[in-house]
Design a protein around this ligand. Sequence first.
Ligand SMILES: Cc1ncc(COP(=O)(O)O)c(C=O)c1O
Length: 448
Amino acid sequence: MGMAAPAPLLPADPDPSFAELLAGRPHLSLHAQDGLTMEEVPLAAIARQVGTPTWVYSAGTLRRRYQALHAALADTGAEIHFAVKSNPNLAVVRTLAEQGAGADIVSEGEMRLALAAGIKADHIVFSGVGKTLNELRFALSRGIGQINAESAEELGMISAVAQELGVTAPVALRVNPDVDPKTHAKITTGKSENKFGIPIAEAPSLYGLAATLPGLRPLGVAVHIGSQITSGMSAYATAYQALAELVRLLRARGLTVERVDCGGGLGIPYRDEPAPNPAALAGAIRTALGKLEVKLMVEPGRWISGPAGVLLASVILQKHTGTRRFMILDAAMNDLVRPAMYEAWHGILPVAPADYVAPVSPCDVVGPVCETGDTFARNRGLPPMKPGSLVAFLDAGAYGAAMSSTYNSRPLAAEVLVDGTRFAVVRERQTQEALLAGQHLPDWLSTP
Ligand SMILES: Cc1ncc(COP(=O)(O)O)c(C=O)c1O
């Protein structure tokens, strides 16, 4: 008697279906004629006009998410400073500025962008572990609202620049509370081994020092424990509790504390993670810090901008090797680096209606860059797709275009903002000429 054939193995944790991915993203819908559509604009129409790869952002989603966060935080009075690093597109930041957002910046370039987007300097917070003297000069001369200092050395630099300019620098101390937010190691920032912040035990003496240094006005304390935090609120709660104790201690020493900056980090569901929501964050803030009578601030990036964007790409070709099917796209790791850098999972949806009814089978979705790491997804269920077929990477609005490079001499992709039935190119695709511009041959090389 022959043995029964083994039952086919089902994946232990199957990927969400196309329908499930769509259901969680209200700005995307599937139309019988037009295919995948953002707000009222078919993505195929954008690809026809602008080409691929192209980042596409939903203005409605940016507004909706900003307002949801704003409403959740309303009774805490917390001000929202959008983390520009997550998406430094001028039109994106302008859309949020119109809603009332301030900015969290980490460089002169980001400050210039926030100002160009219409955010007032006193609504901008300067974070980061290594601000240069020139960046400090720029920020203070423009009247920055707050500089989050991360070391005694930096307090000295800020004091020196403030005296040079004859201004008083509004500073907060970024403390490192040594909590583990249980996110990816490369985006954990609040553990003692990370480079960020001042160890909380040293914060009281440094705050005292800041109060004595010329040109400094210590306003408060700040914390940011990491990014893509999906593990519930316990890490936030621990960090905020530690901040509250620090504020009480500083006040007991006669020091003035007017502000607490609660950082960013709220995660989003890329696949099917149970991500915390703004109400939970607001609850953690309220519980620990609500009675301190301080001005509260938050610095979210990803939670606002991540779900608002897709990366639109075309299939160059499908290649079969042995049992594997590779879908090779015209987008690559130089465009969207998160899968290569953080093993991140991004939903991938076809754009054409026909691709939703064709049978799916596993394939590896890759880019043309000469790195094995240029792999967006392995064993992803997708239909066979012809050259020129379009796909959209979901939740690519944060740390997407922002982290792009020109590796393999690939021009930076175009960026488009969709708003209802309208769309506009808000950043042109980099030209091949622009890629070469700025390079010069020294005079000892022969002219080609
Ligand atoms: C100081 C600071 N604030 C805010 C953010 C924004 O984080 P997220 O996009 O996770 O909200 C970051 C990100 O690394 C950060 O370093």
